[in-house]
Design a protein around this ligand. Structure first.
Ligand code: ARG
Length: 469
């Protein structure tokens, strides 16, 4: 067995079971690019500070280049006995270039190294997710543009409430996604600080330059550089902190919940009972026994996969709860939930966008459904308010009008003027301009409402913001 990089004080090697149980290489190898990036920055700084010679630095750079090439060509052998990505790369570098490689870990611990890699990885993951979010927003706005003028029933409590323009409804999701992207950007700004140089927990007595490595890696600053108190404690934070991970997973969970709600709605709308949308065959699947079936599986899975994204967050919350400062090996368990969350959320965003572009709204079916449920009742109450009736009174008058409709099994617009006047003499023949979903929609005019002009300006805003042409 090869001696461990940390093996100096050990007389026995670890058992196979312990080796298998404690390894992280099987999943943390995806950090290789960021690990190599971090090592390059660290080696440049060591050379600049005279802690290694220029030629030692050069051979480290060449070795790292070669390792990166091998990994990318699939020619690199990842070894479980070398534990994790950091020691695999360092040991391979030593095999390749010998002595200079042994200086690379000067003034560095795996504790600050792993966090540097992880923060860099999360930063890239956030950039990727934001692109996916934008693509979904574009798809939703495109769907809205294809369905201008379509009115759908709006629901509260899943009971018919008021008519809304379909565009208005779809833009609600676009707004949510915008905040989702904002949360990721906030998280990105807060995590973009460099832990490198915190070493194990206390920093180092060697003359390193933390600002140089931080700059080289595109971080805003070394972690906690602005606080002047208690330097030791700051470093402890640098290697203990996982709140950037918690924040990232929280932001992903909120995205997951938004997408799950979208999924639920589209599944419902695709049902025979609603029949508002028909997803194309390209985004549907069938049944192994029932020949007639065409199921909206992708959106069911979007709803379903949100569960694991929330689970990933709960795993991390539970992992961190009760851990003393500073690094504890438990923290190695922070990576798989993040990798899983990012992979799951990006798939959910991608497939939701695909689904949005492959939906047809069944306008005839929707139009047939519109008259039911007294969607115009609130507009009728507003009509009475315009005639000077206090809102509470008009609410009551319309309530009694609806009760009459229920007893006659008809809609408000089917009531004769005499019937309406039997409830309130304030009703006049202009009342019919307020009845029916199409008429009701025309009456909305408040900022942000479902009125055509307001919705058109919202659509216009998103078309230009998202650069859709
Ligand atoms: N693989 C470890 C992790 O991901 C690296 C840090 C190990 N540090 C240590 N002192 N054992 O957490």
């Amino acid at each position: 067995k090869e001696a461990k990089l940390w093996g100096g004080r050990f007389e026995e090697s670890v058992t196979d079971a312990v080796e298998r149980f404690t390894e992280s290489i099987s999943y943390d190898k995806v950090l290789y690019k960021h690990d190599i990036m971090g090592s390059r920055a660290h080696a440049s700084m060591l050379a600049e500070q005279g802690l290694i010679s220029i030629s030692e630095g050069d051979s480290i750079f060449q070795g790292l280049d070669e390792i990166e090439r091998r990994i990318e060509n699939g020619d690199f052998i990842w070894r479980t006995d070398r534990e994790d990505v950091h020691m695999n790369i360092e040991a391979a570098l030593t095999d390749m270039i010998g002595e200079p490689a042994k200086k690379l870990h000067t003034a560095r611990s795996r504790n600050d190294q792993v966090l540097t890699d992880f923060r860099l990885w999360c930063r890239d993951a956030i950039d990727m997710l934001i692109k996916h979010i934008k693509h979904l927003q574009v798809s939703l706005v495109t769907l809205a543009l294809r369905n201008e003028g379509v009115i759908v029933p709006g629901y509260t409590h899943l009971q018919r409430a008021q008519p809304v323009l379909l565009q208005h409804h779809l833009l609600a999701y676009v707004e949510q996604l915008e905040r989702d992207a904002g949360r990721l950007l906030d998280c990105r700004a807060r995590l973009n600080f460099c832990p490198l140089g915190a070493c194990a927990l206390a920093g180092t007595g060697l003359p390193i330059d933390r600002f140089m490595t931080s700059n080289a890696l595109g971080f805003t600053a070394p972690l906690r550089n602005r606080m002047l108190i208690c330097v030791r404690f700051m470093f402890i934070d640098a290697v203990s902190d996982r709140d950037f991970v918690l924040e990232f997973l929280s932001a992903n969970s909120i995205i997951g919940i938004h997408l799950s709600r979208l999924g639920e709605e589209w599944v419902l709308w695709a049902s025979e009972e609603f029949g508002f949308i028909t997803p194309s065959d390209s985004v549907s699947t069938g049944s192994s026994i029932m020949p007639q079936k065409k199921n909206p599986d992708p959106m069911e899975l979007v709803r379903g996969k949100s569960a694991r994204v929330i689970g990933d967050l709960v795993t991390l919350l539970t992992l961190c709860k009760g851990l003393p400062h500073a690094y504890n090996r438990d923290l190695q368990e922070d990576k798989e939930p993040v990798f899983d969350s990012v992979k799951t959320i990006s798939g959910m965003l991608e497939v939701s966008a695909e689904f949005a572009l492959n939906i047809t709204f069944n306008q005839r079916r929707i139009e047939k459904a519109l008259p039911a449920g007294h969607l115009d009742a609130t507009t009728l109450a507003d009509y009475l308010v315009k005639k000077g009736i206090p809102f509470r009174t008009s609410h009551d008058i319309v309530g009694r009008s609806v009760a009459l409709c229920v007893s006659k099994d008809c809609q408000l617009q089917d009531l004769s003027l005499d019937e309406l006047r039997s409830i309130s003499t304030v009703f006049d023949k202009d009342v019919y301009e307020f009845l029916g979903a199409e008429n009701a929609i025309k009456k909305f005019c408040s900022y942000g409402s479902t009125g055509s002009a307001c919705v058109a300006s919202e659509v216009h805003y998103w078309v230009s913001k998202l650069e859709i042409n």
